[in-house]
Design a protein around this ligand. Structure first.
Ligand SMILES: Nc1ncnc2c1ncn2[C@@H]1O[C@H](COP(=O)(O)OP(=O)(O)OP(=O)(O)O)[C@@H](O)[C@H]1O
Ligand SMILES: [Mg+2]
Length: 248
């Protein structure tokens, strides 16, 4: 089975979706077969790739998940679109055992076909994120270099540790990524130092700078690699991709 990376942080707007989309794309460009799975009812990962959300989420439907997987502009990158249906979100987030087993079965049915699966999560540590974490092998946390960057992380880490225990250690810390990084700002340098002191080696050496290409690409339905392949954003996610591959 391949590696399943769950991109989480309960703080909103820290770069989860941007990271899930562009890391998946860079891995696909590095010839790894990838599935990007949209578990966020905002469906930003889905629309970022120029696709439409589905009426119901494949993970809670009776159909096989593979029927709902769509191709993207990158040959090695597939997408499982998200759904905005609140009912399906409730089902995905349920702590009901029978439903959880069904979601898990659906997830496991597709995992084997890919080298990497990246899961884009909503900004929460609620049940939906816990379902995603329980199905994953690694957790990747983007942290925005802003005030209160570390706020709420204790709760997130607590939840992650709970899932690690519940999954018998299948889930591991895949890494922490600093986003919206601007080394000319005192604040960025402070957050960088604080995060690295606290978390040590699990923090990726690669950092993602603030880059307008990264924020513009989704409105063209493209990853940064099609929209602006020479941009700093594209470079940063290529670096991150290499680090992720090295950490295998
Ligand atoms: N490195 C970056 N440089 C510039 N803009 C960025 C960068 N990363 C993300 N953005 C922009 O910041 C906004 C938030 O990013 P993104 O949607 O990836 O965050 P998120 O954590 O997924 O948000 P949410 O919690 O709502 O799901 C988006 O408009 C995105 O285009
Ligand atoms: Mg998002």
């Amino acid at each position: 089975m391949g590696r399943i990376l769950c991109v989480v942080n309960q703080k909103g707007g820290v770069g989860k979706t941007t990271t899930a989309v562009n890391l998946a794309a860079s891995l696909a460009i590095a010839n790894q077969s990838c599935l990007l799975m949209d578990m966020d009812p905002q469906c930003n990962a889905t629309t970022s790739l120029g696709q439409s959300p589905t009426a119901g989420h494949a993970l809670v439907s009776d159909r096989s998940v593979s029927e709902s997987i769509v191709v993207t502009k990158l040959p090695k990158l597939a997408l499982l679109p998200g759904s905005r249906s609140f009912q399906d979100v409730d089902l995905l987030a349920t702590s009901d055992d029978q439903q959880a087993v069904r979601v898990r079965k659906h997830l496991d049915s597709v995992f084997e076909s890919y080298d990497f699966v990246l899961i884009d999560c909503p900004p929460s540590v609620g049940e939906l994120t816990q379902t995603a974490l329980a199905a994953s092998t690694e957790v990747l946390i983007p942290i925005q270099c802003e005030y209160f960057a570390m706020e709420g992380l204790t709760q997130l880490i607590k939840t992650i540790k709970k899932v690690i225990v519940a999954t018998d250690g299948r889930l591991t810390f895949g890494g922490i990524l600093l986003t919206m990084y601007d080394p000319s700002l005192e604040l960025t340098r402070e957050v960088d130092q604080e995060v690295r002191e606290f978390f040590g080696d699990i923090v990726f050496e690669s950092v993602v700078p603030r880059d307008v290409s990264l924020s513009e690409a989704p409105s063209h339905g493209e990853t940064v690699f099609q929209y602006a392949p020479r941009s700093r954003g594209a470079y940063a996610y290529t670096q991150l991709c290499m680090e992720v591959l090295q950490r295998d």
